[in-house]
Design a protein. Structure first.
Ligand code: NAP
Length: 242
């Protein structure tokens, strides 16, 4: 697919550049600074992508970037949720602008785009209930606001999925294409609730994954085209074997 990657200079965004290229997607990186992105990627990788400079709060610019490049998918990793409920974050503003830009681009090309958004573990439900985990531990609450926005959209406006990892750490500092297999193995995923949940006090740490695993998961899903088992779902992930 031709993928607009918003937030390509970030921890996950950089790994997504490498994973998307490895899965033979075309990458259009939407970033505030092309110079910054160039400084963070090996020259051989930077040469393989197209860069559009813009702000993720600018819905009209996002729409234009999608339509000008002929993108059929979007991944948004821009903006970071604040930990404390009272702390400020511009993530909801960014998130709404991305939703609006992508939705309007879909209306203009008369087909909704496939989009992956990022959230966190707290958006997932405690198994067997309708209660989000963030109701028990109210942190990173911007993701809840963002999920509510997606859930309120009329059908057939966005073909969205929301990846809900816990902490993601890097496996390597350098980005190579093709990407090597993850040292932590593949991710196992489930919709709405965390996969392989255990009711024990030490459960949360089991959901730590790596940036590379999550980048591979999104890039691999997009390799299947517009149809995905994760469409319209919040998706939990865990490393196989945990
Ligand atoms: N890292 C984790 O452990 C973790 C776990 C669960 C969920 N998440 C979520 O996953 C997402 C990605 O995390 P990350 O660790 O990759 O974050 P990150 O490294 O802080 O990257 C954030 C990206 O957002 C971009 N950005 C911020 N404001 C922007 C704006 N107005 N216009 C355009 N770009 C903007 C930054 O670009 P600049 O380079 O221009 O600043 C950067 O590329 C976040 O939403 C985070 O909440 C992260």
């Amino acid at each position: 697919m031709k993928v607009l990657l918003i937030g390509a200079t970030g921890n996950l965004g950089l790994r997504l550049v490498a994973s998307l290229l490895t899965h033979n997607h075309s990458v259009v990186a939407y970033v505030r600074s092309s110079t910054k992105l160039e400084s963070l990627l090996p020259e051989s990788v930077f040469r393989q992508i197209t860069v559009v400079q813009g702000n993720a709060t600018d819905a009209a610019a996002i729409k234009r970037a999608i339509l000008d490049a002929g993108c059929d998918a979007v991944v948004n990793t821009a903006g970071v949720a604040a930990v404390a409920p009272w702390a400020k974050t511009d993530l909801p503003v960014i998130f709404r602008a991305v939703v609006d830009g992508v939705r309007e681009a879909g209306e203009e090309r008369k087909r909704p785009l496939r989009v992956w958004f990022l959230a966190g573990l707290g958006v997932l439900h405690y198994p067997g209930s309708e209660v989000m985990l963030s109701s028990y531990m109210p942190i990173f609450l911007a993701h809840r606001t963002n999920h509510a926005l997606l859930a309120s959209l009329p059908p057939n406006t966005l073909n969205w999925s929301m990846l809900c990892p816990s902490t993601m750490t890097p496996e390597a500092a350098d980005m190579t294409v093709p990407t090597p297999p993850s040292k932590s193995g593949k991710l196992i995923a489930s919709a709405t609730t965390p996969p392989a949940w255990q009711d024990s006090g030490m459960n949360a740490g089991r959901y730590d994954t790596t940036l590379e695993q999550n980048a591979e998961f999104i890039a691999g899903d997009l390799a299947g085209g517009e149809a995905s088992q994760w469409s319209g779902k919040a998706v939990g992930v865990i490393s196989e074997g945990k």
